[in-house]
Design a protein around this ligand. Structure first.
Ligand code: BG6
Ligand code: MG
Length: 234
């Protein structure tokens, strides 16, 4: 990293801590657990997989999988049971879990997006903000199409265009690139501790909702997306 880039990153991170002073031009949304309740469907699919392996799996365990890639999630589930399996078997298990999850996704419709989420996205667009998805999921586009949200976003950065999952900032940095904005011009909305870490590491201000609201360094804690437009307007 050059001295100049280093300076830019420092000032962006200072800005993340004092997020209210920024002029925001874009918002990057995590998908699972922020815009739709697919976190619950992930829980059901991982529960079934863990059950088949005889591994106890709780909702608190599921919180550790938020924002984490499918392969890393499987490693966490296996570690809960002290299970050791070959790489080939891991691929089979991850694929089985995904097939279960995809069957659950089939049931999703536009009704799975709450009026609060739709209103917040509509208000942000009316304010002229650029909107993107920043999700570790390889199913993100399928979900956006199922619930009819894809057209509201200017860009989608997801598990298909990254090599490192959250807490690495790659997915958000790509999203900002797609929006042609700098991290300092964007805020991230997250429900995962790993996602908040990723946003802050990338120099973004970050809203924390649900499980992420307990992150000690999150820029703004919110109870619902209705709070986002007012904060962004500053
Ligand atoms: C994230 C979820 O959005 O996507 C994680 O919070 C999940 O729980 C990850 O493991 C990968 O999802 P997928 O759909 O590619 O298995
Ligand atoms: Mg999430």
């Amino acid at each position: 990293m050059s001295g100049e880039q280093e300076g830019e990153q420092d000032s962006a991170q200072d800005g993340a801590r004092g997020g209210a002073r920024r002029r925001l031009r874009g918002v990057i949304f995590d998908l699972d657990g922020v815009l739709v309740h697919t976190d619950e469907l992930h829980f059901q699919a991982w529960s079934a997989t863990a059950d088949r392996l005889g591994i106890p799996f709780t909702r608190a365990d599921n919180d550790r999988l938020r924002g984490v890639s499918r392969a890393e999630s499987l490693d966490i589930v296996l570690s809960l049971g002290g299970a050791e399996v070959s790489e080939t078997e891991k691929e089979v298990l991850a694929d089985e879990k995904n097939q279960l999850y995809r069957r659950l996704l089939e049931t999703m419709t536009p009704d799975d997006v709450s009026p609060e989420v739709r209103a917040a996205l509509g208000t942000l667009r009316a304010m002229g903000l650029r909107l993107a998805i920043g999700s570790s999921s390889r199913n993100a586009k399928v979900i956006l199409d199922k619930v009819g949200l894809r057209g509201l976003f200017d860009a989608v950065s997801d598990g298909e265009n990254i090599t490192r999952s959250k807490p690495d900032p790659e997915v958000f940095l790509r999203a900002a690139d797609f929006l042609a904005l700098s991290p300092g011009e964007c805020a991230v909305v997250e429900d995962a501790h790993a996602g908040v870490d990723a946003a802050l590491a990338g120099g973004f201000a970050c809203f924390g909702i649900g499980a992420a609201a307990t992150h000690p360094d999150v820029t703004w804690r919110i109870d619902g997306l209705a709070e986002v437009p007012a904060r962004v307007a500053g």
